[in-house]
Design a protein around this ligand. Structure first.
Ligand SMILES: [Fe+2]
Length: 336
């Protein structure tokens, strides 16, 4: 009781000074704002490894971004996704962010989980495989932590164990999800996501390394590219870790970019596959380093084998393969 009265006395003296009282009020407001921000956005490097057991010597991935609009475009692309899953024997779907428009989801019980997720991707094939999901800018306008927590609602099906993570398919492929909204880097793997991902990549070598995130590395398109901090961190991370490809969405188009440029100054094939359902964007014709561009809805298909990765862009709704290429690697380059 004596201690309490002493504390109250000290507090009264402290607050009797108006500037001090104002300062305390400002500090309290800041603490509330930071607490609310931290509740919405996981600030620490909560990065996880996911093991995806390989069923054979190769695997097939389907990928798309910018899908959860609840419109005809989403329904059309979802039907194509189920069809490709059956025809190609897909092992997983990779979601490139902007999972729910316009402001993500509010919670793990948000109606969007039924209306824009279960109702559209629960066909006999898609319901059996994992969806590895990245966060986009629209997801951050809602509650991104709820999308992470939803991994516990449908475990092994909706897979977002953290805002950045790696998926290891044996030593055939490492799939690295970068949170391009907040690509924090600080030199300490325990604290920052890019540092953690880098350490994970060094510990688990694989024949192929593919990174995926929401924002493309290059500029000059409809939407602003990576924010300035991300522009200084993501391309060096990709180049330093010798990725074979970088997949993104954000632009609602198909793009295939080969070769170095000022945005990504190393030989990483950059693909944009943001035609998952939202209205498509205009895109400049192919030329120079842009090997292919198309303003269309659709899905990317990757067939990953030990010495070859074949990529196809498949347009919705007709299922036409509008572009394809392959990367090849001699057997000797494979990780053991
Ligand atoms: Fe976006």
């Amino acid at each position: 009781m004596k201690v309490l009265s002493s504390v109250l006395l000290l507090l009264r003296r402290f607050l009797s000074n108006k500037p001090r009282a104002f300062l305390l009020l400002v500090v309290l407001i800041c603490l509330v704002v930071v607490a609310e921000y931290a509740r919405q956005i996981p600030l620490v490097a909560d990065v996880k490894d996911v093991e995806h057991p390989l069923q054979g010597e190769a695997l097939t991935l389907l990928t798309m971004g910018d899908w959860g609009k609840g419109n005809e475009g989403q329904r059309t692309t979802a039907a194509l996704l189920e069809q490709l899953c059956e025809e190609r024997g897909a092992d997983a779907v990779v979601l490139l962010g902007d999972n729910f428009y316009p402001r993500g989801v509010k919670s793990t019980t948000d109606p969007y989980w039924n209306d824009r997720w279960r109702a559209l991707y629960s066909g006999p094939c898609l319901s059996r495989i994992p969806f590895y999901a990245a966060l986009g800018n629209h997801d951050y306008d809602g509650n991104p932590s709820a999308q992470i927590r939803y991994s516990r609602v449908e475990p092994g099906h909706w897979v977002m164990p953290a805002r950045a993570f790696t998926v290891r398919f044996g030593n055939l492929l490492t799939l690295t999800n970068i949170d391009t909204n907040f690509p924090d880097v600080c030199g300490f793997p325990a604290l920052c996501s890019l540092d953690w991902l880098e350490r994970s990549l060094a510990r688990f070598p694989a024949t192929w390394k593919i990174a995926f995130g929401h924002h493309p590395a290059m500029g000059g398109m409809k939407y602003p590219r990576l924010k300035p901090f991300a522009r200084r961190t993501v391309p060096p991370f990709l180049c330093r870790n010798d990725f074979d490809m970088y997949w993104s969405g954000h632009e609602h188009v198909f793009l295939d970019i080969e070769g170095r440029n000022e945005d990504l100054p190393c030989d990483i094939r950059q693909l944009v596959m943001g035609g998952g359902g939202a209205e498509v964007n205009p895109v400049a014709p192919a030329g120079g380093q842009v090997k292919f561009s198309l303003s269309a809805l659709g899905v990317g298909v990757a067939r990953v084998e030990r010495t070859r990765v074949g990529m196809e862009f498949v347009r919705a709704p007709d299922g036409a393969v509008v572009h394809s290429f392959a990367l090849e690697k001699p057997q000797g380059d494979s990780a053991q």
